[in-house]
Ligand binder design. Sequence first.
Ligand code: SAM
Ligand code: SF4
Length: 465
Amino acid sequence: MTVARRDVIIDEAPIFETIAASQKQSASLVRDILAKAQELHGLAPDEVAPLMNVSDPELLGELFKAASEVKEAIYGNRLVLFAPLYISNLCANECLYCAFRNRNAKVKRRALNQDEIAAEIKSLVEQGHKRVLLVAGESYPDEGFSYVLKSIETIYATRSGKGEIRRVNVNVAPLPVEEFRQLKAAKIGTYQLFQETYHQETYKKVHLKGKKTDYEWRVTAMDRAMEAGIDDVGIGVLFGLCDWRFEILALMQHIGHLEARFGVGPHTISVPRLEPAVGSQMASHPPQPVSDVDFRKIVAILRLAVPYTGIIMSTRETAKMRRETFALGVSQISAGSRTNPGGYASQEKEDEAQFCLGDHRPLDEVIRDVASLGYIPSFCTACYRLGRTGADFMDLAKPGEIKSHCSPNALSTFMEYLIDYGSAESRTQGESVIANSLAKMDDVLRAKTERMLAMVREGQRDVYC
Ligand code: SAM
Ligand code: SF4
């Protein structure tokens, strides 16, 4: 087998070879790989490949079961919640799948001013959100990139009642190192960027204009972010553009590169599937659609391959698909999302949106649903505020210790949500999941968590360990 070259981040030849070689996998090989994955040390690309070909229902069931067990061992029953905040849909690029693409006349262009951003944040805070993902097209108003920096400042400075946003993650176009340094200084949480497709030829076909045509500039973005000191980075693929098997193995190469160069891989992986978008034929008819079964397989395989990396599931997917993937490995979800700038403060203007959503439910309904399934919706933002990022986070996460911080923090922030923003039904549902979670803890952890919960009930906010 050809070994991936070290001088490139993505080396396509070994990926195709691995896919071809994995066609002849046996059930016993798959079972051996699943047993290895359950040791929680992750998998190598040639171990991931046979899992991608599993189609026998019994073996598929075993794959899903193994992923659920790994998810439970590392993350317990927590699901971290966030909302995307679209500040602008101006864009100089021509990505054929996206409604914001430059030549799309069907979308009304809008960049929110700082007052409008504050209004959006108030609306999100009043729903109970604590984390936002700032999103923008690749073109800024006259002030240039400082528009993004100002927007982050506005988000952190805006309060409503007892609430505020405590972590701003950012999904904007790749930057030079110096601007990544400015992002870091603005105290962002994770810098997130999707390669869309790692396959160079496909990449070229779907990106027709602007800076985004440069594959190299994009695939090296995380290197520059990490060089600038941002140690929580989030990667992803837009599934539907190219063969998903190729993309998974390429993701593995990207992760391997970051681990080799910086000693730590990505903090999160996102798995967006192409959704219909106004003014995009391609989005309604993906070149290589990913079926629902394969999509669940993608989540399960990633959970086994990189057990300590968070997996993010957005509201592109339906409530049903989101529910199914929670157990398979998802650790973060968006809720109550709008993908049009200004969409939270005013409910109209869908003609400014980026793509169609699969899950339109408001935050409180998602919370109730998640809790009814036995998960703890978490609004925790402790790690990055305590400097537990990058390699420090991974060191803590690896022995499973993160649970002793994350579980109490999840419960205290959930309690805060229930008291300050939850509907009566959510409160009833929530109190019952909190009680169940406490019952499962050992005495020391339970005592610590109960103390934190008592502080929240007495009126303290932002209680974390
Ligand atoms: N403009 C920046 C960029 O392209 O990286 C950042 C923001 S862009 C709005 C965020 C992501 O939306 C893209 O990386 C892409 O994966 C996703 N996206 C675009 N069109 C989509 C569609 N039709 N369905 C699902 N996701 C889509
Ligand atoms: Fe612009 Fe990003 Fe949409 Fe491409 S995906 S058109 S860069 S907003």
